[in-house]
Write a protein that binds this ligand. Structure first.
Ligand SMILES: C[S@@+](CC[C@H](N)C(=O)[O-])C[C@H]1O[C@@H](n2cnc3c(N)ncnc32)[C@H](O)[C@@H]1O
Length: 351
């Protein structure tokens, strides 16, 4: 690797789940406005446009991608020795000549990346000290965060991005497992609410109603119940722990593809393990008929062409909702707690 020092950003770096680099790159390629070069590592993808770097990065950086956990813009890429790793970084920062609100030292979610975590934690103190000495850390003056991304031992990419409330170190949310939730899937629903739904406190309110398709043992239902909703939990399997017999939960042993509520509900959530196109069709039917106003659901993606499969599902939803003359907004993401799947949010409510 040759060291590359540049003042202005020249590439987009996206973190993703290891193994999903092709999908992450395909999705970025769909949104680029010109040719460029893709490079991939374990858990990351970098896109360098051939020209108009500034304009292209300004377009790409604010976009919410499904398969990317977080995106940042790359200013410099430096090979590091084993002894003085700080001086080359400080030299690169002199070329950029920026001020920052904060600094994060990050690594990919790969085995090699994770082995760097104790180094990044300790080294962060030295970097922060150097930033203060050079007057580069000015939280009141700047909305740019400095990201030092270590793709592997001996290399760092110097990056920035405007601060967003939804950013997490390494693109990984640290969520606490509630001690009385019946399954770890509860963290998936919690992450979906935090990442996909804006102003969730207004959208999940006491007294609202929800249907949870494929609810057992009750991790998703737990998140709805703890926000005050009454939940129809549909599953032939048993609800467990605190969700078994809870007064806000009505457990219905039925087929999730057949069940319909007597009255429309505020929320439909669905975590059934099924072909994604069948789930997409089911969600579209509920929303098109007005049986639910908002939906959060998973699309399981065990197949090879996952990006294409997602596009097929979204096209089908679009056709069905357009036909029913329903306007809607959709967002989706492969959450940290998602494995071979993505989580989607559709609202038909004009907020
Ligand atoms: C991944 S688990 C759901 C976990 C749940 N979201 C939680 O947080 O605890 C999938 C569930 O879907 C249920 N399921 C699969 N197909 C179904 C169907 N056609 N109707 C109802 N439930 C179904 C399974 O019984 C299983 O309990």
């Amino acid at each position: 690797m040759t060291t590359l020092l540049a003042g202005k950003p020249y590439a987009l770096l996206a973190y993703c789940r290891p193994g999903f680099e092709p999908e992450c790159a395909e999705e970025i390629a769909d949104h680029t406005q010109g040719p460029g070069k893709f490079e991939r590592g374990d858990g990351w993808v970098m896109f360098t446009p051939n020209e108009n770097h500034g304009a292209q990065l300004r377009e790409l950086l604010p976009k919410q991608f499904i398969f990317s956990r977080q995106t940042i813009q790359v200013h410099s890429r430096i090979a590091l020795g084993t002894k003085d790793r700080l001086t080359p970084i400080v030299d690169a920062l002199k070329v950029i000549n920026g001020i920052y609100s904060d600094v994060w030292l990050e690594h990919p979610d790969s085995n090699e990346g994770k082995s760097l975590s104790s180094f990044t934690r300790k080294f962060g103190d030295y970097v922060a000290k150097a930033l203060v000495q050079n007057n580069w850390l000015q939280p009141e003056q700047s909305r740019q965060r400095l990201h030092l991304f270590f793709p592997k031992q001996g290399e760092v990419m110097i990056c920035t991005r405007p601060v967003r409330a939804t950013d997490w170190l390494n693109g990984i949310p640290r969520l606490r497992m509630p001690c009385d939730a019946p399954s770890r899937s509860t963290l998936k629903m919690l992450e979906a609410i935090l990442v996909l739904v804006d102003e969730p406190e207004k959208k999940f309110r006491e007294g609202m109603t929800a249907v949870d398709l494929g609810a057992a043992p009750g991790g998703w239902t737990y998140q709805l119940v703890s926000r005050g909703l009454k939940v129809f939990a549909i599953d032939n399997g048993p609800m467990k722990g605190s969700m078994d017999g809870h007064h806000q939960v009505k457990h219905v042993r039925d087929d999730g593809f057949k069940f319909r509520p007597k009255n429309p509900v505020d929320w439909l959530v669905c975590d059934m393990v099924e072909q994604p196109i069948r789930i997409a069709e089911l969600m579209a039917k509920w929303l098109a008929s007005g049986n639910a106003r908002r939906a959060i659901f998973n699309l399981k993606l065990p197949m090879k062409k996952r990006h294409l499969e997602v596009e097929k599902c979204f096209d089908l939803i679009d056709q069905k909702l357009k036909k029913a003359d329903i306007s809607y907004k959709i967002s989706a993401k492969q959450l940290f707690h998602d494995r071979e799947e993505i989580t989607c949010y559709i609202t038909t409510v004009k907020d």
